[in-house]
Design a protein around this ligand. Structure first.
Ligand code: SAM
Length: 294
């Protein structure tokens, strides 16, 4: 380290499997820390032992007491407070967001170091488009909420990245295949560990494979973007279809017909139909010669 770090909050990523993946800067920050805020002190103790360090640790979760957070933020005024999680980058499906938010609000120096993260490492190895991706974290455990969450992101033109567990993987893939249809996908497992693998195929292929074989270890599940023909129409083609339908049908019927044809939500299409109708009426009210019956 060139000069001693400023007092403040340092978000430090830790390895997701291979202890050799701790960066030089992260190790230096851990060595310089006055206190390390941790998820599980036993997990962080192993990493510190690997680095030949012994450091004071305090437990931290986003559901920690307000007073615990305030105490840490007070210490940041003149001490180096490091936040780590059990593995990977803190705040990415891990605690830390409220601590960063409140530390910033209190005017403390806050910075984050680059380092291991399962989501981005999995994407780098999957061979799916990465120009746009959406990190969607863990899906809800209950079937209905899970299906709603999948449907919500189904039309997004980006690769989707989920964290998943072995016992749930088969059922999740089957639901994704049912709701999203034919899409390329990948399962990255045990990244940076002895049994690392990345299996690719369509959602249906992977659903079939993991229905009979429950995988062990930690998993990132990725789904490629919808094919162009499956993608939702852009705003202009929706409006064109609605205008054509509105020429001969009342708004509710026009919306129903267009929603069915373009596979869109009927209520959203109806709202758009009403907006288009209002614009038309507005034009008529302004005495536009073409539409004015007089
Ligand atoms: N903050 C972490 C990160 O930056 O990746 C993620 C924490 S989240 C609580 C843990 C989940 O990340 C696991 O359930 C798994 O889905 C994924 N994960 C973590 N390590 C992994 C690994 N080595 N291989 C594959 N997935 C991993």
């Amino acid at each position: 380290m060139e000069s001693p770090p400023l007092p403040g909050l340092y978000i430090v990523p830790t390895p997701i499997g291979n202890l050799g993946d701790i960066t030089k800067r992260s190790a230096e920050l851990l060595a310089a820390a006055d206190v390390i805020a941790v998820e599980d002190s036993r997990v962080t103790a192993k990493l510190l032992h690997h680095l030949g360090l012994k450091k004071p640790m305090v437990p931290y979760h986003d559901h920690s007491k307000e007073s615990d957070r305030e105490r840490l933020i007070a210490r940041m005024a003149d001490e180096i407070v490091v936040l780590v999680s059990d593995a990977g980058t803190p705040l990415i499906s891990d605690p830390g967001y409220k601590l960063v938010r409140d530390a910033r609000a209190a005017g403390r120096y806050v910075t984050a170091l680059p380092g291991p993260c399962a989501a981005t490492t999995a994407l780098s190895m999957a061979g799916l488009p990465t120009d746009r991706f959406l990190f969607a974290g863990f899906l809800p455990p209950k079937e209905k909420a899970k299906a709603d969450t999948i449907a919500e992101l189904g039309a997004v033109r980006a690769s989707l990245v989920y964290y998943e567990s072995g016992p749930r993987l088969g059922a999740t893939l089957a639901l994704l295949a049912k709701l999203l249809g034919t899409r390329e996908a990948a399962v990255a497992r045990e990244i940076s560990k002895k049994f690392e693998e990345c299996v690719t195929g369509t959602l249906a292929d992977l659903a079939e494979r993991y229905a009979v074989q429950e995988p062990k270890g930690e998993i990132v599940l990725m789904v490629g973007p919808p094919q162009e023909e499956d993608a939702p129409p852009d705003a202009d083609s929706l409006d064109d279809a609605l205008r054509a339908a509105l020429a001969s049908l009342p708004p509710a019927k026009a919306a129903k017909e267009v929603a069915k044809k373009l596979k869109l939500d009927r209520h959203d299409v109806y709202a758009r139909a009403m907006a288009l109708k209002d614009v038309n009426l507005g034009e008529k009210d302004q005495g536009n010669g073409e539409n004015n019956p007089s």
